[in-house]
Ligand binder design. Structure first.
Ligand code: PYC
Length: 311
């Protein structure tokens, strides 16, 4: 029996599964290269950990690896039900709280190495992590696309560690009562982007769709519904999606550096965010809370016909 030790947590309702033992050996190269090795040689491991019957479509995996930069507490490669993520905000919060739970970090500031750069974060010793995300920016604005069943919709394309299409004129209330329509509309937006070959900078695939709208609570400034690459929706406000949103607000002159924006998710969980601008580059900071939900050993029986998940 192969054994894989994982720590499960959720950040604002969105689950993260951190692999602490039993992961593949990806060598010692740059993390972006190790991500390629993971994808090309060990994709079965991703499926085993994330897919049913051991996981589910909403789960995001975080493989802890030795960092190349000794200042970092760990390196991490994020993955999901269909592949590999660049950066993951809720996952970083989950990793921070998991490292605290394991006694690997004390309260204070730390560095985490990701495939898209070093992410500094502050851990409060309990459940709260504040992360300085990778530089984010609005790439284009008011992009109009035909969306089957919804007419012409417009949105901004922005980078927050992943590529996002942020759409406000979808006309659907941001409530779980309308989940089927939210899923349908965001899936159709994704299909239209693909069909019309609309991408982020340098052909970057826009694999996250963010439907935005007003907050339900007066203490918050906005609400979102985020469709992730594998067609699951983010239960949290999405750290990279919130970063993309902050970049768009700042570009539109609606958010000043240091001004706090409280972003609600579709289930009502909240991330706080703000931006700093240095030398014309926008740096978003995202704050959220994660809770440990399990300390588990996954067992993989070589005789199990579904040992590598149900694809
Ligand atoms: O929090 O950045 C995020 C994220 C990406 C996909 C799911 N969550």
């Amino acid at each position: 029996m192969k054994k894989i030790r994982v720590i499960d947590s959720h950040t604002g309702g969105e689950p993260t599964r951190v692999i602490v033992e039993g992961g593949p050996d990806l060598g010692v190269g740059p993390l972006s290269e190790r991500k390629t090795i993971f994808r090309d040689r060990f994709d079965d491991f991703r499926k085993t950990v994330i897919l049913e019957p051991r996981g589910h479509d909403v789960l995001v995996g975080a493989l802890l690896v030795p960092p190349t930069d000794p200042r970092c507490v760990a390196g991490v490669i994020f993955f999901n039900n269909v592949g590999y993520l660049n950066m993951c905000g809720h996952g970083t919060i989950g990793v921070g709280v998991t490292l605290g739970h394991l006694g690997k970090i004390t309260p204070g500031r730390h560095l985490l190495e990701t495939t898209v750069g070093i992410v500094p974060f502050e851990y409060d010793g309990k459940n709260r992590v504040t992360l300085d995300n990778v530089p984010s920016y609005r790439y284009s604005t008011q992009v109009r696309i035909p969306v089957e069943g919804y007419g012409m919709l417009s949105g901004d394309i922005a980078w927050g560690g992943n590529w996002f299409f942020l759409c406000e004129d979808h006309g659907i209330p941001l409530s779980l009562k309308h989940l089927n329509r939210l899923l349908d509309c965001s899936n159709k937006i994704r299909q239209s982007l693909e069909a019309n070959r609309i991408t982020g900078e340098a052909g970057g695939e826009i694999d996250h769709i963010e439907l935005i709208g007003p907050a339900a609570e007066t203490t918050n400034q906005g609400r979102n519904f985020v469709l992730c690459p594998g067609a699951a929706y983010d239960r949290s406000p999405c750290g990279t999606g919130t970063s993309a949103k902050l970049a768009c607000l700042h570009a539109a002159g609606k958010l000043q550096p240091g001004q706090i924006w409280r972003q609600e998710s579709i289930i009502g969980s909240v991330f706080e965010g703000w931006v700093q601008v240095r030398d014309g580059v926008l740096y978003p900071t995202i704050r959220g809370e994660a809770y440990i939900t399990g300390d588990n050993t996954l067992l993989v029986d070589p005789a199990d016909p579904f040992r590598n998940g149900i694809s």
